[in-house]
Ligand binder design. Structure first.
Ligand code: EPU
Length: 422
């Protein structure tokens, strides 16, 4: 199993990072290809582990998938009728496998779809009850059998009105995909407006779907017969962009992230500015530079446009080195502070009470041997190791490789002393 060895402290790191396409955009876009009878072409594809898992899932359903990693391109042909069973081994390693439920139901409303439920994950309970409630609202029936959910309809999917009890990202994408060919008109309220969901809506609308915003978090979907012209360029990954900006932050360096829409990071940029970092914004790039006086901060996560929960472990690492008392409140997941005990082993002072972290910023962190437990925790620990004095090892970095494209190479390119070991 791959481990990273990082030698610190890395100070005043300078450089530019090309941000890859957003994993959390790419996965639903790939799932949405199921709705197309013609070829779908995706560009700016990040070939991370989860994208390969989704590719394998689509192939297991009957799709033909071709790709060129150097061209960052993937084509998916879903001409043949699909197998309608999504196996547990693929959903258990990547929760986004549940994203196949909506498009399979949308394309085959009269057939029985069988999808393995993913269960919990390192972040806490990851339910799909609102996805299923949304399908039932469209006329579907479902039952649970040996960890698989069977979904079917008696007479197709019929437009209705559904309000999500709380914002859910994949829930929104699943319901949108299920509703594309609905009979009549379907209304969804309290939807996620994360940039990745908007990317999916743009792709589908550019392919002939009729999805219209009728309020900040409300859409109207008018059923269509067929989707055409399936091609799309995936937006830049805002979580990856923020992660590398924070390499600049924690080392008091100058990092520019390119190929990213700065508006997707408005809340995060506000926090960095409050701490005291200088931020320069251009059309497609963000640059961070240090200042002499850094202040602690209060951060609260929330659905977009609020501070992203995925960026929380990243800012946690940064704040562990900003003198004074900071506070973070996590409002999305029940178990998202897994980086804290690892950072504490490097000398950080983070205490967790329920969904809040109190961070007493330290002048110095010391190297330690750490274990990563989920995707964003990996980068958080990497940040700690970058700043810490001495050589740290980080085990189970495969979690990080699920979502960060060419992680080691991109860190090396900006001058981080990192090597990987088996
Ligand atoms: N929830 C329910 N019932 C549901 C759906 C969600 O109770 O039917 C709860 C969840 O348990 C959670 C909250 O609602 O407490 C929000 O979950 P959401 O459904 O929004 O999360 P997700 O769609 O499963 C996506 C991203 C995550 C990201 C979250 C929050 C993808 C593939 N995954 O997950 O990304 O953290 O939204 O923004 O888009 C990551 O990339 O590291 C990652 C974990």
């Amino acid at each position: 199993m791959k481990r990273f060895l990082i030698k610190g402290p890395n100070e005043a790191i300078k450089g530019e990072v090309e941000v890859s396409g957003a994993k959390n955009s790419c996965l639903p876009l790939m799932a949405a290809s199921i709705l197309f009878k013609n070829k779908v072409t995706l560009t700016n594809v990040p070939f991370v582990k989860d994208v390969h898992t989704m590719k394998d899932l689509l192939i297991s359903l009957g799709a033909q998938v071709d790709f060129s990693e150097p061209k960052k391109m993937m084509t998916i042909i879903n001409k043949k009728k699909h197998h309608l069973e999504v196996p547990y081994n693929l959903v258990s390693t990547m929760r986004a496998g549940v994203l196949t439920m909506g498009p399979l139901l949308g394309r085959y409303p009269q057939k029985k779809i069988k999808v393995a439920l993913g269960g919990g994950c390192a972040l806490g309970v990851r339910d799909t009850n609102w996805h299923l409630a949304g399908f039932r609202n469209l006329g579907a029936i479902n039952n649970l059998e040996k960890g698989y959910v069977n979904i079917s309809t008696k007479s197709g999917l019929i437009g209705n009105k559904y309000k999500f009890p709380k914002v859910t990202v994949t829930g929104t994408s699943n319901l949108i995909m299920a509703s594309i060919f609905v009979k009549g008109t379907h209304y969804l309220k309290n939807i996620s407006i994360e940039p990745e969901v908007i990317d999916l809506i743009d792709f589908l609308n550019n392919s002939g779907a009729k999805i219209k915003f009728i309020g900040k978090r409300s859409i109207r979907i008018t059923g269509i017969k067929e989707l055409i012209n399936g091609s799309h360029n995936i937006i830049g990954d805002r979580i990856e962009a923020f992660s590398y900006l924070c390499v600049g932050a924690i080392t008091k360096g100058k990092i520019k992230v390119k190929d990213i829409n700065p508006q997707h990071l408005n809340s995060e940029i506000r926090v960095l500015k409050k701490i005291g970092y200088k931020i320069e914004i251009k059309d497609n790039s963000i640059k961070i530079s240090p200042s002499n006086k850094l202040k602690p901060a209060t951060v609260k996560t929330g659905p977009y446009p609020n501070f992203a929960t995925d960026n929380m472990p990243i800012i946690l690492a940064v704040l562990s080195k900003v003198q004074g008392k900071s506070q973070i409140e996590e409002t999305i997941f029940s178990n998202r502070f897994m980086a804290a005990p690892e950072l504490n082993r490097m000398g950080a002072r983070i205490s967790i009470k329920k969904n809040k972290a109190i961070i007493i910023g330290q002048k110095k962190l010391n190297a330690a041997d750490c274990i990563s437990s989920d995707l964003r925790t990996t980068f958080s620990i990497i940040l700690g190791a970058i700043a810490a004095v001495g050589s740290s090892t980080i085990s189970r970095v495969y979690h990080g490789l699920r979502g960060y494209y060419k992680l080691e190479l991109k860190l090396k390119k900006i001058g981080i002393k990192i090597i990987s070991k088996k």
